[in-house]
Design a protein around this ligand. Structure first.
Ligand SMILES: Cc1ncc(COP(=O)(O)O)c(C=O)c1O
Length: 413
């Protein structure tokens, strides 16, 4: 038995994916041309699988801030803030994030993954109970593995099931910590946060909401689904990432709790890893200013999302439950999803292939993410290609619809 034989099943899966076309885990872009286009296999390709929701990766002010920060602060910090110290731009970014959320404190992490890993595993001690949505992101599941607390999964987006599970803990010592997400990353559905916040209040629990996919895309001021739902004061911690709407890398947590800063000396995924380099801190600070001052970015991504979602639903695709910047097409089975994904690339559209066990309810999905940087023409082109591939593979009725689907009006969202 080799050390790697435990991964034989995974090797077989990859071999069969490669035999059907491409390896989805090893796609190589020859060049990134813009926030919405890249060169792939020698041809320009539309990017619909990047999470670059506001298109800020090529924003002129963010690039300028990055370059300035490298010249002023160097290429890296070469260590953690606990050992090597905090640069004043780390502290400035934390102040800006706290102000953006109207919270007392913010802490930045080197990735969003580490923000969840660190916050959740550190807060939830041996006597405590972590109640997580069953469809939580891997970073939340991994935080549970690192924590000593009892972990309880509640049914996806089901506040009644959550309340039921909390009631069963009656009389047991320890804190109850609820973890959910603003928008879920695979189907693009949002959490019923008003109802979850009501359960949290009734049960005296703590509430953590991961707004990775909703920062900058939801809420009047871009603060996410918590803002949309009007429950920001009920949320004890908001977690987020810089790797999607803010176009860089890194993560954060914000809170009003007075002892929040204690986490800096007890949270291992914060303490034992290098802090964000000046370039990233510079670009994220500039991106935060952009989203605070330019509301057209979120309006645009939502309008594009509605356009794509309504056209694909009208064409007959089975889509996720609501139009958000993630639009998922449900495929009948894995093989169809793999063929669909390959055909999209053949025709110049890159989306994400999402297969079980990484998907909710063992669904096979083509997952699209939409950007404010897309043009309407690019959205319409992607729609036409997806519909053509859908007909070719008989995911859709092969007879053409009478009305061209790309002329569908956007949903009012
Ligand atoms: C819901 C959710 N939380 C956290 C993360 C981790 O973010 P990062 O890429 O910054 O590590 C992701 C990444 O996809 C995510 O979807």
């Amino acid at each position: 038995m080799s050390l790697f034989s435990k991964f034989d099943d995974m090797r077989a899966i990859i071999d069969s994916l490669v035999a059907s076309g491409r390896n989805p885990f090893d796609m190589r872009f020859e060049r990134i041309l813009s926030a919405t286009e890249a060169l792939l296999e020698g041809r320009p390709c539309l990017l619909f699988g990047t999470n670059n929701y506001l298109g800020l990766t090529f924003d002129a002010t963010c690039i300028e801030a990055t370059v300035r920060a490298v010249h002023e602060g160097g290429t890296g910090t070469t260590g953690s803030r606990i050992a090597n110290g905090t640069y004043c731009d780390h502290a400035l970014l934390e102040r800006r994030i706290a102000e953006f959320y109207g919270k007392r404190s913010a802490m930045i992490f080197t990735t969003g993954y580490q923000a969840n890993l660190g916050l959740i595993s550190t807060l939830a001690g041996r006597e405590d109970h972590l109640l997580i949505d069953a469809d939580s992101h891997a970073s939340i599941y991994d935080a549970c593995k690192l924590s000593a607390a009892q972990v309880i999964r509640f049914r996806h987006n089901d506040p009644e099931d959550l309340a039921h599970r909390l009631r069963r803990l009656k009389g047991r010592p320890g804190s109850r910590i609820i973890v959910t997400e603003g928008i879920f990353s695979m189907l693009g559905d949002s959490a019923p946060l008003r109802e979850i916040a009501a359960v949290k209040r009734e049960m005296g629990a703590t509430l953590i909401v991961d707004e990775a996919h909703s920062l900058g895309t939801r809420g009047k001021n871009g603060r996410g689904v918590c803002e949309d739902a009007g429950i920001e004061s009920d949320v004890d911690f908001v977690v987020g990432t810089f790797s999607k709407s803010l176009g860089a890398i890194g993560g954060f947590a914000v809170s009003d709790l007075p002892d929040f800063d204690l986490l800096r000396i007890v949270c291992r995924p914060y303490m034992f890893t290098a802090s964000l380099p000046p370039a990233v801190v510079g670009s994220v600070t500039a991106a935060l200013t952009r989203i605070s001052t330019d509301k057209s970015l979120s309006a645009r991504v939502l309008s594009h999302s509605g356009r794509l979602y309504s056209a694909l639903a009208q064409a007959g695709f089975e889509v996720g439950p609501e139009p958000n910047p993630i639009v998922a097409l449900k495929m009948t089975d894995k093989e169809t999803a793999v063929r669909f994904w390959n055909r999209l690339i053949d025709r110049g559209v890159y989306a994400n292939l999402a297969l079980p066990p990484a998907t909710p309810a063992s669904l096979s999905l083509i997952r699209c993410s939409i950007s404010a940087a897309h043009t309407e023409a690019q959205i319409d082109r992607a729609i036409s290609i997806m519909v053509a591939v859908g007909r070719e593979l008989r995911v859709l009725d092969p007879r053409p619809a009478k009305t061209p689907v790309h002329l569908t009006r956007s949903l009012p969202i």
